[in-house]
Write a protein that binds this ligand. Sequence first.
Ligand code: MG
Length: 329
Amino acid sequence: MIKVWYNKYKLTPVTAFGSVAENTDRIGALVRVQWNDRLVGYADLHPWPELGDADIDTQLEAWRLGKISPLAEQAMWLAKRDAKLRELKLNAFSGKPKIKNHFFIGDFTKSSDALMEEVRRAGFSTVKFKMGRDLSEEAKFLYKFIKQNPFTVRLDFNAKTDVNEYVRFMASLLPAERERIEFVEDPVPFDADVWTELSKFAPLAIDNEIDKVYKANLKTLPFRHFILKPARQDVDKALDFIDRHDLKVVVTSSLDHPVGVCHAMLLASELKMSMPSRLADCGCLSFGSYRTNSFSSKITVMGPYMTETEGTGIGFDDLFQQIAWINLR
Ligand code: MG
């Protein structure tokens, strides 16, 4: 018998997120799942209506009626992992390798030379930008950024740009500048032929467009990096695909609650042990994109590395105790 409780939260962004979302509060829910009156685990349910998800109330209502969405399915899967550790009174992160992350910039107009100096001193070697708000301005910014900073660059278009715009953008960068781009996530909506053409400008990575790739059943792929978000994807299916196609993996949060962030970090540290050569710098340090809350203030960060949280499972024991959980029934 599975019982579920939830508690809605809001996260206040400190900047906008590229083309997908303005800086209005983001709503999700923490969930508490109990199996057989014994195992209890926690996870985050954080929909992105901008990317086609049903909003949080619709998700919860469907779950109440037994129609579990893919996001709720992942939340349950993650909560079960947390529950197993809690039962054994183990901390998820102790004894596991630390994960190096990229520095995330949701709005490039908010980055400054002083900030980049700080980011470099902190030990980051990779910076990821959300793109697509104003491509010609972004091209100018990127040109300057690459010239002035030693970072490896990741760009994310969320498949919101059209092919011509993308080609124009890439053509406006010099080959030496394009070489500093490690990969471009979801440049345009997935189409194997189009992506193969676009991969000539800079290597590509698959993220939100993955379901189209699964359906296409291709022998050779126009990308080498797989963005793995445990909050949004069937992890076993993804790992099987990654292995079969010999891809690199970037584990990232889904710009969600710190609880989701810690689940992503746990998966990343497991993969660091089981497939170290596949794991590239990850994208779990996203809670800085939001105003600090009681959860994020419990996570200690050292430069690009997140250190363990205190408590059992993914941590936050005392905070989970204090929450006024609502029974989903
Ligand atoms: Mg992405």
